[in-house]
Write a protein that binds this ligand. Structure first.
Ligand code: C5P
Length: 305
C-alpha cells in the first residue's frame, strides 16, 4: 500500500467510437448501444493523495493545443457536479469509509467533445483510490461502480486498447489492438452535451423511420484488429442529427475524408471529429490545412494505445 505522503498518478486516456449504433431506449430511459471503442494516446492525468476529511478536487489546465484557443469549452466545476468528485464519493460509499482524499486533475482533453474525457477522469479516480487503499474492492465491484457513473466509464476503466461495448457500455468484449495509426482530432469551439444529442436523435427518429447507418453485421473479433475491416464498419448514428444542427461539422468531416482519413467520423455524440490516417505525413498535411479553419483546433495524436 502506498504510504500517505506518496501520490498515486493515473493516466486518463481519450476514446473515440469507430462505430456507434444507438438502438432503442431501454432501462431507465437510457438507450441500448452497440459500439466499438478505441483508446487514443491523448490524455488527462489524475493525481491522488490522502488528505483531510472530505473530497478536495483541484483542476489544473495543461497547456496544449486547446489552451486559451478554440476548443476551450467550459470551466469545469470542481465540486460535486464533477464526475471525478462523484467517482470518489461512490468509491468511498462502496468501501463504507468516509473520504479523506485530495484529487488533482490535470486537464487536457476538451469537454463536451465526445472524447470521453470526463469518463476517463472518473475511471482514473476509481483506479487511483483502489491503489491508494490497497485494492480492497476488487475489479468486479469497480466495474459495477464504473457502470453507474456513465456509459463510457467501464471502457475507460478497462485495461484494453479497444473493445466492443453493448447495453449502456457495461458489457465489454476486449479486442486485440489494431496497429497504432496517426489520428487527427478537430475540436470546434462549441460543445455538444450528450443528453442533448440523444434528444436530437430521438426527435429525428420520431419524425422518420430509423435509418441504420452501416447496417453490416459485426465480423468475428479477430478481424477487428484490421484497419480495412474497421473502416468498413465505421458508422456513427449521431452524425445525422448533430450535423443537422452544426452543418460545419459535416464539411470538416468531408475535408478529413478528402485528406485521406479512413475512417473520418464524429467522435461519440460530438462535437469533435476524428480522422485515422495511414501515415504521419498524410495526417500532418491534413492538420496543416485544417487548423487554419476558424473556430477549430487540430490535435495530432495516435490510436490505439
Ligand atoms: O452515460 P452518460 O453520462 O454519458 O450519459 C449522459 C446522458 O446521455 C444521460 O443522462 C442520458 O440522457 C443520455 N444517454 C442515453 N443512453 C445512453 C447513454 C446516455 O440516453 N446509453
Amino acid at each position: 500500500m502506498p504510504d500517505s505522503a506518496t501520490p498515486v498518478r493515473v493516466a486518463a486516456h481519450a476514446k473515440v467510437n469507430l462505430r456507434l449504433r444507438v438502438l432503442g431506449r431501454g432501462e431507465g430511459g437510457y438507450h441500448a448501444l452497440e459500439t466499438l471503442f478505441l483508446r487514443l494516446a491523448y490524455r488527462d492525468e489524475v493525481e491522488l493523495r490522502r488528505g483531510s476529511p472530505g473530497i478536495r478536487l483541484e483542476i489544473e489546465e495543461e497547456p496544449g493545443p486547446l489552451f486559451g484557443g478554440p476548443g476551450r469549452h467550459a470551466v469545469l466545476p470542481a465540486g460535486s457536479e464533477n464526475l471525478c468528485w462523484r467517482a470518489a464519493d461512490a468509491y468511498h460509499r462502496a468501501l463504507g469509509r468516509k473520504p479523506a482524499v485530495e484529487l488533482l486533475l490535470r486537464k487536457r482533453l476538451p469537454t463536451g467533445a465526445g472524447l470521453g474525457g470526463g469518463s476517463a477522469d472518473a475511471a482514473a479516480v476509481l483506479r487511483g483510490l483502489e491503489t491508494l487503499h490497497g485494492e480492497p474492492l476488487g475489479s468486479e465491484r469497480l466495474e459495477a461502480l464504473a457502470g453507474e457513473l456513465g456509459s463510457d466509464v467501464p471502457f475507460a476503466l478497462a485495461d484494453t486498447p479497444a473493445a466492443l461495448g453493448w447495453e449502456r457500455g457495461r458489457r465489454l468484449l476486449p479486442l486485440p489492438a489494431a496497429p497504432a495509426r496517426p489520428v487527427l482530432l478537430l475540436v470546434p469551439e462549441f460543445a455538444v452535451a450528450t443528453a442533448v444529442a440523444y434528444r436530437w436523435l430521438d426527435e429525428a427518429r420520431s419524425r422518420e423511420q430509423a435509418e441504420w447507418s452501416g447496417a453490416r453485421l459485426l465480423p468475428s473479433a479477430d478481424r477487428l484488429a484490421d484497419w480495412d475491416e474497421l473502416d468498413g464498419l465505421a458508422a456513427n448514428d449521431f452524425e445525422k442529427p448533430v450535423f443537422a444542427r452544426h452543418p460545419e461539422l459535416a464539411r470538416w468531416r468531408d475535408e478529413l475524408r478528402e485528406a485521406g482519413a479512413r475512417p473520418a467520423l464524429l467522435a461519440g455524440s460530438g462535437s469533435a471529429l476524428f480522422g485515422v490516417f495511414r501515415d504521419e505525413q498524410a495526417r500532418d498535411a491534413a492538420a496543416d490545412r485544417l487548423e487554419r479553419r476558424e473556430g477549430v483546433a487540430a490535435i495530432r495524436t495516435r490510436g490505439p494505445v
